[in-house]
Ligand binder design. Structure first.
Ligand code: ATP
Length: 369
C-alpha cells in the first residue's frame, strides 16, 4: 500500500536547480529517511511533501490522495521541526491541544449552524483532553502538563512537539532533523524512543537528517540524496553492502569506506599497489576503484603494505589510520583488539581484503558486479 508517492519532483530557486526529478514511493506505515550532505535538497523535498513549498513540476500523493496544489493545512500531515516551534506562554497541555482547538475553530467558521456546534462544546473539550492525555502518556510527559516550555529540558520539549503531532492522527509525520538540538547522549536515547513511538502509532514517517548513522539505525528504508537527485533508495543493509555508486559508498558508513585504485587482470584478479588481493567478476582488464569497508581488511604476513600513522583504541575495537605509500592512498582499518595486538608489526602492516568484500566502481562511479 502506498503511503507517499513522489513522481518526478522538480524545484528551482532562481537559477539553482535544487531537485532534478525525484521519484520515490514510501510504503504506508514505514519509516523512511532522506539523507545526504548539506544542500542536497532533502529539506526542500520534505517541505514540498508538507505543502510548505510548491514543486515546479511533478506530483505528490499521500495515502492515495493527490495533494499537489493543496494547502499545507488540508494535507493531513504533521511536521516536527528541530526548533520544536512551541508557544512559550502556553502550558504543555495547551501546546499539545492547540492543533485540535484550531481544527475545531476552523470547523466553526465554516459552518452556518454555529449555535448547534457551540452547544456541543463541553463534550468536545473533554474529547480533546482525552486525546492529549493519551499522547502524553505515550510519550511519558503526563506529569509535565502544567509546565511551560521554558521549564522543560530539550528532550522534554521535543516530546511535547511530537505529542502535538500525534494528537492530530495525521496521515504522515514529516520530521526535519528533529534531534539536532539535543546533546549526543540524549539524541541517542531519543532515536530509540522515536522508533518505538513509530512502531506503536504506525504512521508513515519521513525523516530528514544529514547524519547517516541516525538514518541507518532508525529507518526501514533510506533515500540517499546528492545534488538534487536520489542516488539510491533501499534498506540500510542494501545501501551499506551494495551501494549503487561510489558517492553512496562514501557517504554511508563511519569510519568511511576505503577507496583504492586497482588494476584488474584478464580473469578479474584485483591488483592493489602491485599485490593480488582477490577477485571481482570476470572482465577483460582495465582500471577500477575498489571500495573496502574498514572492517573488511585483515592484517597478517601477506598483502600490500601500509604505514601506520595513528591508532585509536575504542575498547571493543581498534581503528588504525594508515597510508599505502605506492599510490598514496589513506586507509582505515577497524580491527578486533586481539588482531591488532597479534599483528607482526605496529609500524608497517600487511593488509588483505576479506574474500567477497571488495566493491568495484567504474570510472563513472557506478558499482559494477
Ligand atoms: P541542509 O541539511 O543544510 O538543510 P538540505 O539538503 O536540506 O540541506 P535544502 O535546504 O533543501 O538542502 O536546500 C537545497 C538548496 O536550495 C541549497 O542550496 C539552498 O541554499 C537552496 N534553497 C533552499 N531554500 C531556498 C529558498 N527559499 N530560496 C533560495 N534558495 C533556497
Amino acid at each position: 500500500m502506498p503511503g507517499i508517492v513522489l513522481d518526478r519532483i522538480e524545484k528551482s530557486f532562481g537559477e539553482t536547480r535544487v531537485l532534478k526529478g525525484v521519484s520515490l514511493a514510501f510504503d504506508a506505515g514505514s519509516f523512511v529517511s532522506l539523507v545526504g550532505p548539506s544542500g542536497c535538497g532533502k529539506t526542500t523535498l520534505l517541505r514540498i511533501i508538507a505543502g510548505l513549498e510548491q514543486a515546479d513540476r511533478g506530483t505528490v500523493t499521500i495515502a492515495g490522495r493527490a495533494v499537489s496544489g493543496m494547502r499545507a493545512a488540508d494535507r493531513d500531515v504533521a511536521m516536527v521541526f528541530q526548533n520544536y516551534a512551541l508557544y512559550p506562554h502556553l502550558t504543555v497541555e495547551q501546546n499539545m491541544a492547540l492543533p485540535l482547538v484550531m481544527r475545531r475553530l476552523s470547523t466553526l467558521e465554516r459552518t452556518p449552524f454555529i449555535g448547534r456546534l457551540v452547544s456541543g462544546t463541553d463534550q468536545r473539550r473533554s474529547a480533546i483532553r482525552a486525546e492529549v492525555e493519551e499522547a502524553a502518556r505515550l510519550l511519558s510527559i503526563d506529569h509535565l502538563m502544567e509546565r511551560r516550555p521554558g521549564q522543560l529540558s530539550g528532550g522534554q520539549r521535543q516530546r511535547v512537539a511530537l505529542g502535538r503531532a500525534i494528537v492530530r492522527h495525521p496521515k504522515a509525520f514529516l520530521m526535519d532533523e528533529p534531534l539536532s538540538n539535543l546533546d549526543a547522549a540524549l539524541r541517542h536515547d531519543m532515536r530509540r524512543e522515536l522508533v518505538e513511538l513509530h512502531r506503536r502509532v504506525g504512521v508513515t514517517t519521513v525523516y530528514v537528517t544529514h547524519d547517516q548513522a541516525e538514518a541507518m539505525t532508525m529507518s526501514d528504508r533510506v533515500a540517499v540524496m546528492l545534488g538534487g537527485n536520489v542516488l539510491q533508495f533501499g534498506s540500510p543493509r542494501e545501501v551499506y553492502d551494495q551501494p549503487a555508486t561510489i558517492d553512496v559508498a562514501r557517504f554511508i558508513g563511519s569510519p568511511r569506506i576505503n577507496i583504492l585504485p586497482a588494476e584488474i587482470g584478464p580473469e578479474g584478479q584485483v591488483m592493489i599497489a602491485g599485490h593480488a588481493t582477490g577477485q571481482v567478476g570476470p572482465r577483460s582488464g582495465g582500471k577500477l576503484d575498489i571500495g573496502i569497508r574498514p572492517e573488511h581488511l585483515t592484517v597478517g604476513e601477506i598483502g600490500f603494505a601500509v604505514d601506520v600513522r595513528h591508532v585509536e583504541f575504542l575498547g571493543s575495537e581498534v581503528l588504525v589510520y594508515a597510508r599505502e605509500p605506492r599510490q598514496g592512498s589513506d586507509i582505515i582499518l577497524r580491527l578486533a583488539p586481539e588482531a591488532w595486538e597479534s599483528a607482526p608489526s605496529r609500524q608497517v602492516l600487511r593488509v588483505t581484503p576479506m574474500a567477497g568484500r571488495m566493491l568495484a566502481f567504474d570510472t563513472s562511479g557506478k558499482r559494477v558486479e
